[in-house]
Design a protein around this ligand. Structure first.
Ligand SMILES: Cc1cc2nc3c(=O)[nH]c(=O)nc-3n(C[C@H](O)[C@H](O)[C@H](O)COP(=O)(O)O)c2cc1C
Length: 170
C-alpha cells in the first residue's frame, strides 16, 4: 500500500474538525483534532485520538473529563489557535470567554455545538496517537450547523511534528 494512497483516501473523507479540551489540577489544555468519532450508541460514547507529541496528551493521561467542540465554518481563527500553537509555551485560553465543566474542563463559549465526556479508557496500541474513549455526560447543539472541515484547514501547520513524541524507552 502506498502512503500517498492512504493519505488521499483519508483526506477525501474530509472530516469535521473539533477542539478537544481537558483540565487537571487547574491546568488547562486543548488542541485541534481531526481523529474523532462516536464509538457506542448505548451507552453513548465518543472517542478521540491524541498525538503523543501534544501538550494536551500529557494532561489527558491524568484527566477525567473532555469537552469536544464542533467547529463551524467561521471558526478558522479558533482552529488556527488550537491547531498551530502549543500549551508548552502558550496559554491558548487567554482572551477567550471560557466556562468550566466537570473537573474544570474548559468550555469555549464561542462553540455552542459540543459534548462533555468522562474518560472510560485510554488505549495505547503503540501508534503515534492514543485513543481516549469516553462516556458522553451531556451534549448540546442549539441549531443545525455547517462544520469546519479538514479541506478548509489544510494550510495550518500543526504545533508539533510526529517526530516530537517521546519514543519508547526515550
Ligand atoms: C488539521 C489538523 C488536524 C489535527 N488533528 C489532530 C488529531 O486528530 N489529534 C491530535 O492530537 N492532534 C491533531 N492536530 C495537531 C494539534 O492540534 C497541534 O499539534 C496542536 O498545536 C497541539 O497543541 P498542544 O501541544 O497544546 O496540545 C491537528 C492539527 C491540524 C492543523
Amino acid at each position: 500500500m502506498s502512503d500517498d494512497a492512504f493519505g488521499e483516501l483519508m483526506s477525501s473523507l474530509n472530516p469535521p474538525l473539533v477542539v478537544v479540551t481537558t483540565a487537571v489540577a487547574r491546568k488547562r489544555a486543548g488542541c485541534l483534532v481531526g481523529f474523532h468519532t462516536q464509538s457506542s450508541i448505548d451507552p453513548s460514547r465518543y472517542s478521540i485520538w491524541l498525538s503523543k507529541a501534544n501538550y494536551t496528551y500529557r494532561l489527558a493521561v491524568q484527566s477525567r473529563y473532555f469537552a469536544v467542540h464542533f467547529l463551524q465554518r467561521a471558526d478558522m481563527q479558533l482552529a488556527e489557535r488550537f491547531g498551530t500553537l502549543s500549551g508548552n509555551d502558550t496559554d491558548k485560553f487567554q482572551d477567550l470567554d471560557v466556562g468550566a465543566g466537570p473537573d474544570g474542563v474548559p468550555l469555549l463559549s464561542a462553540c455552542p455545538h459540543r459534548l462533555v465526556a468522562r474518560r472510560t479508557a485510554l488505549l495505547d496500541e503503540g501508534g503515534d496517537h492514543v485513543c481516549v474513549v469516553a462516556d458522553v455526560v451531556f451534549a448540546e447543539s442549539p441549531a443545525e450547523f455547517e462544520p469546519l472541515r479538514l479541506s478548509q484547514a489544510e494550510q495550518l501547520d500543526p504545533g508539533h511534528g510526529n517526530e516530537e513524541r517521546q519514543q519508547p524507552g526515550g
